[in-house]
Design a protein around this ligand. Structure first.
Ligand code: NAP
Length: 296
């Protein structure tokens, strides 16, 4: 049976360290890290993600500027909000909760965020810097995956890492960070829906990262015995016996994968809490850089 990598406990320890760093920054420079959090529309999953992020910010001693906009918000109105946050010196980072309601151009909204406030690491400037290895904000979920591997003592150098999924926010950056010479330094295979015989690739993985957005994409028979499996997926599946009528599950079949893997992340309580923790790290980093600019 696989050892579970407890993202919740890891995140709690890192957030306690972060609260100390935030208090020290405030004492030293008078600066309190501030995050502008923009939520457009009333998608229940997005609302609950934003609430969890705002709670974590408050617990770490940071402040959030909460901006709630109706689903009918126009592109021009949203861009105006971003411009105001870009210009506000008390806002060190900006988070626009995705997905945006239909009709809004996500790519244009992301590009409008000032790169020095892009704590999600989604702007083309940050992505480019990540790829060429310059100082930047790493995207939170991929960075969280790397931290989990590091803190769980999983050696990645020279290992074969297989990533299932190639989205801009998870699969592609995870594959990049795993392959980077100053990062995971692993040999990486990136799989997607055009991959022929997915299991032939996943069975070769020493480290398997699954971010397909579909429950049961990977089952135990697709995993090499002893592999480390990071399940990034968060899916709501109908479940009659629960208060909400649904339960959360990952992109792997938990039971069968746990029987084969050496280490596995649970869902919930795995990658999710680490994603929020890396958002806190980036927001703190943005405030540190802003304080330095103020002084120089
Ligand atoms: P996405 O944009 O839907 O991308 C899914 C990717 O998986 C695509 O590249 C797709 O291939 C590939 N894929 C789908 N089914 C596949 C299959 N059967 N075999 C091989 N590849 C397959 O999803 P995402 O935004 O990357 O998110 C992935 C998962 O992570 C979701 O469950 C999401 O909820 C979760 N997530 C969790 C966190 C967290 O903090 N825990 C954060 C972000 C996302 P194509 O490119 O060919 O379509």
């Amino acid at each position: 049976m696989a050892e579970l990598i407890d993202g919740k406990a890891l995140a709690a320890a890192m957030r306690a360290e972060m609260a100390e760093k935030v208090a020290a920054l405030r004492a030293e420079t008078g600066v309190t890290p501030g995050l502008g959090v923009v939520l457009v529309g009333d998608d229940p999953a997005s609302k609950s993600y934003v609430t969890a992020k705002e709670r974590a910010l408050a617990e770490a001693g940071m402040v959030s500027r909460d901006i709630r906009l109706p689903a009918e918000t126009t592109q021009a109105e949203l861009l105006q909000v971003i411009a105001e946050l870009n210009a506000d010196p008390a806002v060190h980072g900006i988070l626009v909760q995705l997905p945006l309601p239909k009709g809004l151009d996500e790519a244009e909204v992301i590009r409008a965020i000032a790169p020095e406030k892009d704590v999600d690491g989604f702007t083309p400037v940050n992505v480019g810097k990540m790829v060429i290895g310059e100082e930047c904000y790493l995207p939170c979920t991929p960075h969280g995956v790397m931290k989990m591997l590091e803190r769980a003592g999983v050696a990645t150098k020279g290992k074969h890492a297989v990533v299932v999924g190639r989205s801009n926010i998870v699969g592609k950056p995870v594959a990049h960070l795993l392959a980077a010479k100053n990062g995971g330094n692993a040999t990486v295979t990136l799989c997607h829906t055009a991959t022929q015989d997915l299991a032939a690739f996943t069975r070769q993985a020493d480290i398997l990262v699954v971010a397909s957005g579909r429950p049961n994409t990977v089952t135990g028979e697709m995993v090499k015995p002893g592999a480390v499996v990071i399940d990034v997926g968060v899916n709501r599946v109908p479940c009659a016996g629960t208060k909400t009528g649904y339960r959360l599950c990952g992109d792997c079949d938990f039971e069968s994968v746990a029987a084969v893997a050496s280490k596995l992340t649970p869902v919930p309580g795995g990658v999710g809490p680490m994603t929020i923790t890396m958002l806190l790290e980036n927001t703190h980093q943005a405030a540190v850089r802003a304080a330095k600019r103020q002084r120089s």
